[in-house]
Ligand binder design. Structure first.
Ligand code: PEP
Ligand code: MG
Length: 577
């Protein structure tokens, strides 16, 4: 027996036999070829075959996993038709007399590197797609058939170096019960896939493909991040117990779905979801979210080759509003800049992009672009409870400036006799320390706040949120952050009809829930899957006790001390964190 530790990518515990999924190592022919035409033909046949395979996978992915997963393979098919890819390969064959396989490998690697080095997570994720497509074409040229995972006769845990969208789409979903891989992170495709299939996954295990054999009995513990290979009877029994405990807990969460997020002594808060596109609304509803606390509209812009127009935006906002006829939908205006760029909007390189022309600052510079979005939101506002939220606000002056532009849009719509909700709520993200410190001033101009702890931590602690080297300093439990949160909620407490929410990652962190509740947060917005667990925590405590825990935490000296203290408090309540 041995135990290895990796990155928790998807929760749960599974005990099953290992199936080591080894990729065939593809060797390309590096010799010069005599007959380039023959190689071009091989390449074109492989493209045709790849198209056919992708269409089959796409249909399968849509029926088993949904439209979104199917769209990945549409994007793959587009790479096959991309003139830069096709002509690039053909030029290598014709001009340098490379074999078709060698040319595909070279061009794929070239594209992969370009995309992989982009700072933007959207484009760097595309790098994996390009590699996946290139490998498919290569295998089709060489007649390589990859191990088939589509029909398995027993339950298995897949052990692999990494898993591509093509690998996961074709898996026998009834039999695949867990993943353990050498590489990967919480945001890699394998992790996202495991979470959507609701199977446990531990990634980043370095050499798991070398240390485990197909047929070994394995435990993947996605609660602690451990995998145990060939456990003894005693360990097995203990894992079985933990597994059952977790299943009981999930069942309990499921039963809470339609219940309010209310404490034992009657304080009700709102649990809502963070979404990036309209399709995500379904997950929020499924997990009992009563609305949307953050609609990151930048994805609408980033997933498009051209600036999305008013109609396209209107349709997207309307569909989200209609999904929540009774709940709030907080639509955040464009947050581009920092690490996010748009291919069709030229922006100068900046020395400090996170301190530069980002979000509302960019919208003030590109007022035309801003107005298109505001008009689209206003027009959609008649279909539900739309809330407009401005990001990266640092002072009341910016709020007034944004509201003046909103007023202009309202006037335009009035003149055009187009309906909109005249009482549409307007709020701001509190994600810059100056806004938190001056929350009482800013509150005069808005109906709500939403605390963005992702940026609030970055700016308060002076820690780049993307930089691994300083990630040890990135701590939402730092007393300075808790004190800023308290300043913001204290402001909101004093105002009628006003609410303070949080849409940074901290809102979905089980360890933070009691603290935030005790600090007086009214609304928690998080990724859909976190909603049931946070609801369970809120329903298990008394508000009075949460307040006492928060008060005690505010007087502690370090984030570590605070986390230990909250952990102890949760243990006493039999809660997972
Ligand atoms: C935040 O900063 O906490 C936030 C929710 O916004 P984003 O992560 O999109 O910057
Ligand atoms: Mg932010």
């Amino acid at each position: 027996m041995f135990v290895k530790e990796g990155i928790i990518a998807s929760p749960g515990i599974v005990i099953a036999k290992a199936l080591v999924y080894e990729k065939v190592i593809v060797e390309v022919n590096k010799n010069k070829v005599e007959d380039p035409d023959k190689e071009i033909e091989k390449f074109q046949n492989a493209i045709k075959k790849s198209h056919e395979q992708l269409e089959t996978i796409r249909i399968q992915a849509i029926s088993e996993l949904g439209e979104e997963e199917g769209a990945i393979f549409e994007a793959h098919a587009m790479v096959l038709d991309d003139p830069e890819f096709v002509e690039g390969v053909e030029a290598e064959i014709n001009d340098s007399h490379l074999s078709a396989d060698n040319a595909v490998k070279i061009v794929t690697d070239r594209f992969y590197e370009i995309f992989d080095q982009m700072d933007d997570p959207y484009f760097s994720a595309r790098a994996a797609d390009i590699k996946d497509v290139g490998t498919r074409v290569l295998q089709n040229i060489l007649g390589i058939v990859q191990a088939d995972l589509s029909q398995l006769d027993e339950d298995v845990i897949i052990i692999a170096d990494d898993l591509t969208p093509s690998d996961t789409a074709q898996m026998d979903k009834k039999r695949v019960k867990g993943f353990a891989t050498n590489i990967g992170s919480r945001t890699s495709h394998t992790a996202i896939m495991a979470r959507s299939l609701e199977i446990p996954a531990v990634l980043g295990l370095c050499d798991i493909t070398e240390t485990v054999k197909t047929g070994d009995l394995m435990v993947v513990d996605g609660l602690t991040g451990r995998v145990c290979v060939n456990p003894g009877n005693e360990e097995l029994e203990s894992y079985e117990k933990e597994k059952q405990k977790y299943l009981d807990y999930l069942k309990e969460l499921e039963e809470l779905k339609d219940l309010d997020a209310i404490t034992l002594d009657g304080r009700k808060v709102e649990l809502v979801g963070n979404i990036g596109e309209p399709n995500d609304a379904a997950g929020v509803l499924k997990n009992g979210g009563v609305g949307v606390g953050l609609y990151r509209t930048e994805f609408l812009y980033m997933n498009s080759d051209v600036m999305p127009g008013e109609e396209k935006q209107f349709a997207a906002y309307r569909s989200v509003l209609e999904a929540f006829p009774d709940g709030p939908v907080i639509i955040r205006t464009l947050d581009i800049g920092g690490d996010k760029k748009l291919p069709y909007l030229p922006m100068d390189d900046e020395l400090n992009p996170f301190l530069g022309l980002r979000a509302i600052r960019l919208c003030f510079k590109e007022v035309g672009l801003f107005k298109i979005q505001l008009r689209a939101i206003l027009r959609a506002s008649v279909y539900g409870h739309a809330h407009i939220m401005f990001p990266m606000i640092s002072s009341i002056t910016e709020v007034r400036q944004a509201k003046a532009i909103l007023q202009d849009c309202m006037k335009e719509l009035d003149d055009e006799q187009i309906a909109y909700d005249k009482d549409v709520k307007v709020g701001v993200m509190i994600e810059i320390p100056s806004a938190a410190i001056a929350a009482d001033i800013i509150s005069k101009e808005v109906d709500f706040f939403s605390i963005g702890t992702n940026d609030l931590c970055q700016y308060t602690l002076a820690v780049d949120r993307m930089n691994q080297e300083v990630s040890y300093l990135y701590d939402p439990f730092n007393p300075a952050i808790l004190r800023l949160i308290q300043l913001v909620t204290a402001t909101s407490d004093k105002k009628d009809q006003f609410f303070t929410g949080m849409c940074g990652e901290m809102a979905g962190d089980p360890l933070a829930a009691i603290l935030l509740l005790g600090l007086g947060l009214d609304e928690f917005s998080m990724s859909a899957l976190s909603i049931p667990q946070i609801k369970k925590i809120i329903r298990s405590v008394r508000y009075e006790d949460a307040k006492a825990i928060a008060t005690a935490a505010l007087n502690m000296e370090t984030g570590e001390e605070i986390m230990d203290f909250v952990q102890e408090s949760m243990k006493k309540l039999n809660l997972y964190n």
